[in-house]
Design a protein around this ligand. Structure first.
Ligand SMILES: NC(=O)c1ccc[n+]([C@@H]2O[C@H](COP(=O)([O-])OP(=O)(O)OC[C@H]3O[C@@H](n4cnc5c(N)ncnc54)[C@H](O)[C@@H]3O)[C@@H](O)[C@H]2O)c1
Length: 244
């Protein structure tokens, strides 16, 4: 593949991270915070709409221009808001498909440093529990199961050397979970949410815990596997029943 921009040796940096997010203010704040900790030029923010493949591809191009390579893609951006369910499908499902196509078929396949690259998708514990509040959101997370299972088959690994795995976190303390307000189909769903909110809040986990378990998944999980992450337990595998 020929890229339509030069790779600058001058900016080549071995280890770093690119944050590709639609929220410029949050993205830039997080970039500054990480720069203070890890040093300048090791963190880059690219305003990105993952639902738009050109915008998403721009984030990959900036990554290659800045770092010269890409080894790990975390398809994590998402929303939980069934009141705008078409947009929710566009972001959660189409956005993850865009990430898979760009990552697996193009950038990780070609620009990994070592023998193997990894794509980590973010599904949800809703694969194994029923809340009945966000049916469309849950369907997008089942879609991510399908993407991980199919692209995590060794037939793709053998030709790309890109491992595909997923995490399925339980309720986690982030802006998604603290801003659940109007993100449901109608008032009756708000009532259902109200009836389970205390139970969800009681077992909310920290994003730090999820991140630490996610690193183990990236390093150790076999291709195509999905991992439930709930605080107080180590990540455990979600295994689909085999065909009888
Ligand atoms: N927080 C939870 O309880 C929980 C549980 C299970 C799974 N998840 C999943 O974890 C992932 C991360 O969510 P979070 O909990 O950290 O919430 P979050 O709101 O902190 O992070 C989601 C990020 O996605 C970004 N985003 C939204 N639309 C985008 C778009 N079109 N393009 C690019 N970026 C976009 C947002 O700006 C935000 O920074 C999501 O996929 C979510 O479904 C969250």
């Amino acid at each position: 593949m020929v890229l339509d921009f030069p790779i600058s040796k001058h900016y080549y940096i071995k280890d770093g991270v690119v944050i590709a997010d639609i929220n410029q203010v949050k993205g830039e704040d997080e970039t500054k915070r990480l720069e203070k900790k890890f040093g300048k030029n090791r963190v880059v923010f690219v305003k990105t709409d993952i639902a738009d493949i050109e915008s998403f591809e721009n984030a990959f191009k900036v990554t290659i221009r800045h770092f010269g390579n890409i080894d790990i893609l975390i398809n994590n951006a998402g929303i939980c808001n069934d009141s705008i369910w078409e947009k929710e499908i566009d972001i959660n499902l189409k956005g993850t498909v865009n990430g898979m196509l760009l990552g697996l078929e193009k950038y990780l396949k070609q620009f990994k440093q070592g023998n193997e690259a990894v794509i980590l998708n973010t599904s949800s514990v809703c694969l194994i529990e029923t809340m009945s509040v966000w049916p469309v959101y849950v369907s997008t997370k089942f879609g991510i199961l399908g993407l991980t299972k199919e692209w995590g088959n060794d037939v793709h690994y053998d030709r790309t050397k890109v491992k595909v795995v997923a995490i399925c976190p339980g309720p986690t303390y982030t802006s998604i979970s603290t801003d659940l307000g109007p993100g449901v189909i109608n008032q009756e769903y708000e009532d259902i949410l109200a009836s389970i909110l205390e139970e969800l809040t009681n077992r909310i986990q920290s994003s730090d815990f999820v991140a630490k378990e996610a690193i183990k998944v990236i390093e150790q999980a076999p291709n195509g596997s999905l991992w439930i992450i709930e605080e107080t337990k180590e990540a455990y595998q979600f295994i689909l029943p085999s065909k009888i």
